[in-house]
Design a protein around this ligand. Structure first.
Ligand SMILES: [Zn+2]
Length: 295
C-alpha cells in the first residue's frame, strides 16, 4: 500500500525533472538567425535603369534577434544601436503601394521617437559613431537612426517628427534615383541637411549590389554617388551603406581605397567595434514598440 503511494510520487518528480531539463535546454539554446526575406519587386522609374529592386536592405521584418556573434566582438567597441527604417507613411497607403512590410506608420514612428527621448537616448550621426570608434572615444547613451533609399515619404512624414523631438537622421541615398516619383529631390535633401539634423550617405548611384558588379561598375556606382552628394550638399561623404546589405572583401577594399572610413551592413546587433567598422550592425525596425527590439 505504501509502495502504491510512493510510486506515483516518484513518477511525478521524475516527470518534473525531465520537464525542467527541457525548459532549461530551450532557454539556453542560442537563437538561430532568421533567413533573409526575398525582396519584393519594385520597379524604378526614370533616371536610373535598374533591373534590381530597391529597398531590400533588410532582413525579415519579424527578426528581433539582436545578439552579436561573440567572435565578431573585438577591438574598441561601443554599445550603440543603429536602427534601420525605409518608408514612413500611413499603412493604408503603403499597402496600396505594395511595400507595407518596409513601412512604419507615422503615428507609430512618433511613438518610437518619443520613447527614445524618454529613455534618454541621444541620436547621433553616423559620422559621430565612426569617429568615436576610430579615436576610441566614449559616447553618451546613443542611437543612430538610419533611413534607406531616399524616399519622398521621409520628407513628408519622418522629417517633421525628427524635428519635433530634435533628433538626428541619417539618410542612405542612391543618388541616381533622386527626383523620380516617390523619391526625394535635391532641394528637399539640401533643405534638410542645412538644418544640421539630417545627414546623407553614399548608397551607390543606382542602388546596385556591389559584389555582383565588375570592379569598374562598382567604382562608378560608389564614386558617382559620393561626388553628387558632395557637390550638392557641400560636405565630404566618406561613409557607405551597402544596398541589399551586400558586401565582400573586394567591396570593402574598394571603399577603403576610395577614402571611406565606415560602412553599414544589415547584420543585426547593438555592439559596434572598430574591428568591423566597414560592416557595422543595423537593426531593422518595424511597427512594434522599440522596447520589443531591446531598446
Ligand atoms: Zn537600399
Amino acid at each position: 500500500m505504501l509502495k502504491g503511494i510512493l510510486k506515483p510520487k516518484k513518477l511525478i518528480s521524475t516527470l518534473l525533472l525531465i520537464l525542467s531539463i527541457i525548459i532549461i535546454t530551450v532557454l539556453l539554446l542560442p537563437k538561430l538567425p532568421v533567413s533573409p526575406r526575398k525582396p519584393a519587386s519594385v520597379s524604378l522609374p526614370g533616371q536610373v535603369e535598374s533591373t534590381s529592386s530597391a529597398a531590400t536592405d533588410e532582413q525579415n521584418p519579424s527578426q528581433k534577434s539582436l545578439e552579436v556573434q561573440a567572435a565578431n566582438v573585438s577591438g574598441y567597441c561601443l554599445n550603440v544601436p543603429v536602427l534601420l527604417y525605409h518608408h514612413i507613411e500611413p499603412m493604408a497607403q503603403a499597402k496600396q503601394e505594395g511595400h507595407a512590410w518596409l513601412t512604419v506608420d507615422p503615428a507609430t514612428f512618433d511613438q518610437q521617437m518619443s520613447y527614445l527621448a524618454s529613455k534618454g537616448y541621444t541620436s547621433i550621426s553616423a559620422d559621430t559613431l565612426a569617429q568615436a570608434l576610430i579615436t576610441h572615444q566614449n559616447l553618451p547613451k546613443s542611437v543612430v537612426l538610419t533611413f534607406d533609399d531616399g524616399y519622398q515619404d521621409f520628407y513628408t512624414y519622418a522629417y517633421p517628427v525628427i524635428s519635433k523631438y530634435n533628433l538626428t537622421a541619417n539618410l542612405a541615398i542612391p543618388t541616381g534615383l533622386m527626383n523620380n516619383p516617390g523619391y526625394l529631390n535635391w532641394d528637399q535633401l539640401k533643405q534638410m541637411v542645412a538644418s544640421g539634423k539630417v545627414f546623407a550617405y553614399d548608397h551607390t548611384w543606382s542602388h546596385s549590389s556591389l559584389p555582383k558588379d565588375s570592379q569598374e561598375k562598382a567604382q562608378f556606382e560608389i564614386l558617382t554617388a559620393k561626388k553628387q552628394l558632395e557637390q550638392n550638399l557641400g560636405r565630404p561623404v566618406n561613409i557607405f551603406v551597402y544596398p541589399y546589405g551586400s558586401e565582400n572583401g573586394n567591396t570593402i577594399n574598394l571603399l577603403r581605397s576610395d577614402g571611406f572610413i565606415a560602412a553599414f551592413s544589415t547584420v543585426s546587433g547593438f555592439t559596434q567595434c572598430n574591428s568591423f567598422i566597414m560592416s557595422l550592425h543595423r537593426n531593422r525596425i518595424g511597427n512594434s514598440p522599440l522596447s520589443s527590439f531591446g531598446l
